[in-house]
Write a protein that binds this ligand. Structure first.
Ligand SMILES: [Zn+2]
Length: 244
């Protein structure tokens, strides 16, 4: 008899725990509805993504920072969104530190010396030096992890934050998205030619393969912490027609 009571009590407890909504169970962050490890870097560091906002919203966005490990200031914007109030109006994933090995070494490249933003398959070329593109397209685990993720999510908007060129890339698929970014983030529109070596980039691959719009946004060399944590997060939500 005692055993039967115990079983019933534990069943009720389990049902109660399962009934707790995911919005309050994701590490105490009310904006977070899901966390995920997209894959691992060359040195085995996890590449983490956090899902914020409304998982049922039809519009989806992915926002990536620190693809180049020494361009990491903008992760503060994504950290701030993750730690803030629930976001409404969009289903948005943030990847604050896409290149964790580069970040750990303060390097543009990953641990094998590859520029991840030259390792994607669309227009890949064998580049050396500062833009080392790897032995072949998709040679790096970080590239494979992000491609898998983006192929699954298929966001309408993919925003990739870099530094220090201070501007929104006008050489892109959606003038509408570029104009919204210029307006709300208060950054100038620019054409980033990459010195003629814009081959195998993440945004060009995504724009080619998927109907959604991928765009590069560059902040300056040293944007202030105050701006990145107090102004930029809500400016970015306005770009996405979302609020919190
Ligand atoms: Zn960059």
């Amino acid at each position: 008899m005692k055993t039967r009571v115990l079983i019933i009590v534990s069943l009720v407890l389990t049902a109660t725990l399962l009934a707790v909504p995911s919005q309050t169970s994701a590490g105490g962050f009310p904006a977070v509805t899901e966390t995920r490890i997209l894959g691992h870097s060359v040195q085995g560091r996890p590449i983490r993504a956090w899902r914020l906002g409304d998982p049922n919203a039809s519009r989806k966005a992915v926002i990536v920072s620190t693809m180049h490990g020494n361009e990491d200031d903008t992760y503060l914007i994504l950290n701030e969104l993750r730690g803030g109030d629930p976001i409404r109006g969009i289903d948005v994933w943030v990847v604050p530190k896409y290149n964790p090995d580069g970040y750990a070494r303060r390097s543009r490249k990953n641990a094998r010396g590859v520029d991840l933003n030259r390792n994607y398959p669309h227009g890949w070329r064998d580049l050396d030096g500062n833009y080392e593109s790897g032995p072949r397209a998709i040679s790096e685990p970080e590239t494979r992890a992000m491609m898998r993720f983006l192929d699954e999510i298929k966001p309408r908007y993919l925003i990739s934050f870099h530094q220090p060129l201070h501007g929104v890339d006008l050489d892109t698929k959606s003038n509408y998205l570029a104009r919204k970014l210029i307006w709300h983030l208060k950054l100038p529109g620019k054409r980033f030619t990459c010195g003629g070596v814009c081959h195998g980039t993440m945004t060009s691959w995504y724009n080619y393969k998927h109907p959604g719009n991928a765009i590069t946004v560059e902040y300056g060399q040293s944007p202030s912490r105050w701006h990145l944590t107090r102004r930029a997060p809500d400016q970015l939500l306005k770009v996405l027609t979302a609020r919190r």
